[in-house]
Design a protein around this ligand. Structure first.
Ligand code: HEC
Length: 158
């Protein structure tokens, strides 16, 4: 449920987006407010989070998948906050796919996860196309190498 709320926060308003970011357990230093990441930096982070989300879900590591989904949601919120020329409506259309991924993770449902990740990915590409960036095409990684320095299988903890 909390994961779902996190995704909803993305869509409400710029103020809600700021609070979504403030929920991180690592608040930034006040000096950081003077630093705005470049939009491509935010998007490159989103790309890696999308990739990790995909591998975590495929590995049924639902805890990691939930973590990556929160990071990805925050990245999209960040893009909207720092770059007001991105129409908020284009970010809010990501709400439904983000929520279905959240629901799939909560339900630990691999099939629903695969379907909703596809829809989320279509959402990335729809925005790129609508903003004259149709040449940036995101896909769902299929059987490719995961980032090799991170373990995606769930780790048994006492
Ligand atoms: C609301 C619109 C929007 C959404 C949604 C969006 N993007 Fe982007 N993305 C952009 C824009 C605009 C650029 C181009 C930035 C520029 O030209 O400086 C971009 C650029 C990128 C790039 C290119 C960075 C590079 O250096 O190669 C990647 C990768 C990317 N986005 C990934 C994603 C992923 C993954 C998602 C979905 C999880 C996503 N984007 C969702 C608007 C969006």
């Amino acid at each position: 449920m909390i994961l779902r709320n996190w995704c909803v926060a993305l869509t409400i308003s710029a103020a809600a987006m700021t609070s979504a970011i403030a929920q991180s357990s690592f608040p930034p230093s006040p000096n950081a407010s003077r630093y705005a990441p470049r939009l491509v930096e935010v998007m490159n982070a989103a790309q890696l989070q999308h990739l990790k989300l995909s591998f975590a879900g495929k590995s049924k590591n639902w805890e990691l998948a939930a973590f990556e989904l929160r990071q990805l949601t925050d990245s999209l919120a960040q893009a909207a906050i720092f770059y007001p020329d991105i129409p908020v409506s284009k970010v809010t259309t990501m709400e439904d796919p983000l929520l279905s991924v959240a629901d799939a993770i909560s339900a630990k449902d691999s099939r629903k996860f695969a379907v909703s990740l596809r829809a989320l990915t279509d959402g990335c590409n729809a925005c790129h196309t609508s903003m004259a960036r149709g040449f940036i095409v995101i896909g769902v990684p299929a059987g490719q190498q995961s980032p090799a320095n991170q373990v995606f299988a769930p780790v048994m903890r006492p």
